[in-house]
Design a protein around this ligand. Structure first.
Ligand code: APR
Ligand code: ZN
Ligand code: ZN
Length: 366
């Protein structure tokens, strides 16, 4: 066991604090990772506010990269010294989804079995099974994906959550490709990543929609071909018009990604899709939100698909090394998502900055 500094949310709604935590030696199938960088995500704030569950105290942080320090028995995929990106859950390899070759839908994902604790022995709940606002953390070895060690840690770590969710929503879930149009509603970190994913896929036009002009600028930098400010008017007509100009006869976008997580914007996405188009929900709704009431005939008559994207339907072992390779070759600007590098003691300020909308991501670097 060793002791390290970490950011802990001790009680609902209270500011986080820096604590000394105990990190056990890795058991079978586990790894201890020396964290190099960890992005500040909305989900960390949701944990602190009690929006996810009540298993306080939480060890926050889950968009991270680091160096494997030690591995437990039976671990063969990674070894000490490897540079890795952490993911939420290791897949089981045994369930129906894994057996049919779709481990991204694994029904029996898992995290480390042992618990990290506070100095007084209280067990910590690591955010999304990671807990990486810590100098070191304990995870299941299957949560570690080895990538090119030359990649900048602050940029690489972002693939561990928000950026992967957005890229994957466009590419993996939505099936964006050349010859198809993509609209993205909501251009925070997740939405801009969806724009970047659509651009990578070769899709065109790529239409970015937001109520905040600064976010539209960020989307433009990520390669959006068109931007729509929806603070004044419903964006559906504008999306339809842009798509019809590019593909005569089109009645909307082939893929519409909703990256806000609200019924109103989901409804916009629903009506902005072309016949046989796909709507992808990647924004996270709150439990009380309901689907908007829609004529069923509008679901039936348009064909296509209404999907949700869970972690960008990513397969870390496939997607992380590939996306880091594209980053290294200058085809995916992960640096654009890193608005600032901060210290471990600045997480609370970073939560405040999320609200004023000036940052895509604050990233703690060690
Ligand atoms: N129409 C269009 N855009 C909107 C609207 C709206 N009605 N309301 C909010 N937005 C925009 C905001 O201006 C902001 O740019 O949606 C964006 C949301 O971005 P962030 O708050 O930065 O959130 P992000 O990290 O991108 O995550 C998006 O996915 O992971 C979830 O909890 C997260 O639900 C959130 C969503
Ligand atoms: Zn996250
Ligand atoms: Zn499985």
């Amino acid at each position: 066991m060793q002791q390290v500094k970490a950011v802990v949310a001790k009680a609902m709604g209270e500011p986080v604090s820096i604590e000394t935590i105990n990190v056990p030696e890795p058991g079978p199938g586990e790894a201890v990772v020396k964290i190099q960088a960890c992005g500040v995500c909305h989900t960390d704030l949701h944990y602190r506010e009690g929006g996810i569950n009540d298993e306080f105290p939480f060890l926050l942080g889950h968009e991270a990269s680091g160096i494997v320090e030690a591995v437990g028995d039976g671990v063969t995929d990674v070894e000490p010294g490897d540079f890795v990106i952490l993911n939420w859950r290791a897949v089981c390899g045994e369930c129906r989804a894994c057996k049919r070759g779709e481990p991204q839908y694994c029904f029996a994902t898992h995290n480390a079995k042992q618990k990290m604790t506070l100095e007084d022995g209280t067990e910590l709940s690591p955010a999304l099974g990671i807990g990486a606002f810590a100098e070191k953390t304990l995870v299941a070895a299957g949560q570690c994906t080895k990538v090119d060690p030359k990649a900048r840690p602050a940029a690489a770590g972002l693939l561990g959550c928000g950026v992967m969710a957005g890229l994957g929503a466009a590419i993996n879930t939505g099936g964006a490709t050349r010859g198809r149009s993509v609209a993205v509603i909501g251009c925070g970190g997740v939405g801009v990543a969806a724009v970047a994913g659509a651009v990578l896929s070769g899709a065109s036009p790529v239409i970015a929609v937001d109520i905040d002009p600064r976010k539209l600028d960020a989307a433009k930098n990520a390669g959006a071909t068109h931007t729509v400010d929806s603070s004044q008017a419903d964006p559906v007509e504008q999306i339809k018009q842009i798509c019809a100009e590019v593909y005569p006869g089109a009645e909307g976008a082939d893929i519409v990604v909703e990256a806000v997580g609200r019924p109103e914007t989901w409804k916009q996405a629903f009506y902005a899709r072309d016949l046989a188009g796909t709507v992808v929900l990647v924004g996270v709704p709150t439990p009380d939100m309901k689907l908007p009431e829609l004529p069923l005939i509008d679901v039936f008559g348009r064909g296509g698909a209404l999907k949700s994207s869970w972690y960008g339907d990513c397969l870390p072992s496939r997607d992380f090394p590939m996306l880091i390779d594209l980053y290294q070759r200058g085809r995916l600007d992960l640096d654009a998502f890193v608005s600032e590098e901060i210290g471990l003691d600045e997480v609370e300020q970073a939560f405040a900055k999320m609200h004023d909308g000036n940052v895509l991501r604050s990233v703690v670097v060690f």
